[in-house]
Write a protein that binds this ligand. Structure first.
Ligand code: URA
Length: 191
């Protein structure tokens, strides 16, 4: 099976898993992009538009993300985009710890299949999934090596839409991505 087929299989497993929280309440937003992506972007959970179109980051935050990809000349299709929790929590409330826990095995498998070099986390929930005690205000834009990958915390684009100072930080951190990827093989990583 190639990566695309493995991802399809995983998606079907998720669709059939009635034990997952929010199963009845919302559509599955599995994720999209290149199965061979070197960089994976992971957000928190789908919102209204994502639930409607069953695609990640297609609302206002997604539009900003698209602009950031244009800024660094990375086609959106060349990366992989998904979320920690893959169904929309009601009224866009924060995902609950038990929801994050329940979706964890699927995200883990998705990462295993794609096997990216860099995992760019969008917002604190995705960052804390990998780096539980980190604070986003201190950690954004600084790569951390974890199990052979660089975890690269970024502010959530929705936060950047609410505050110009955050937007500037997010743009600056995004601009560092191409060099981070280029240097990946030179970074001493115990794989
Ligand atoms: N916010 C997220 O965290 N994920 C999405 O897919 C959209 C908005």
């Amino acid at each position: 099976m190639d990566k695309k087929e493995e991802l399809e299989k995983l998606k079907k497993e998720m669709e059939a898993d009635k034990s997952l929280p929010l199963y009845e309440a919302a559509n599955l937003v599995f994720g999209e992009g290149s199965p061979d992506a070197e960089v994976m972007f992971i957000g928190e959970a789908p919102g209204f538009h994502e639930n409607k179109f069953m695609r990640p980051f297609v609302g206002q935050a997604g539009k900003l993300l698209d602009k950031l990809f244009v800024m660094i000349n990375w086609p959106r299709e060349s990366v992989y985009i998904t979320n920690v929790v893959k169904r929309r929590p009601p009224e866009n409330r924060d995902p609950l710890p038990e929801e994050i826990e329940a979706y964890k095995p699927y995200l883990k498998k998705q990462i295993q299949i794609i096997n990216p070099k860099i995992i760019a986390t969008l917002g604190r929930f995705a960052m804390n999934y990998f780096l539980p005690d980190f604070k986003i205000s201190q950690s954004h834009g600084k790569g951390v090596i974890l199990r052979g990958k660089i975890i690269y915390p970024l502010y959530h684009p929705a936060a950047a839409l609410r505050a110009t100072a955050i937007l500037k930080e997010l743009e600056n951190d995004f601009k560092k991505l191409p060099a981070l990827l280029k240097n990946y093989d030179n970074v001493k990583i115990k794989k």
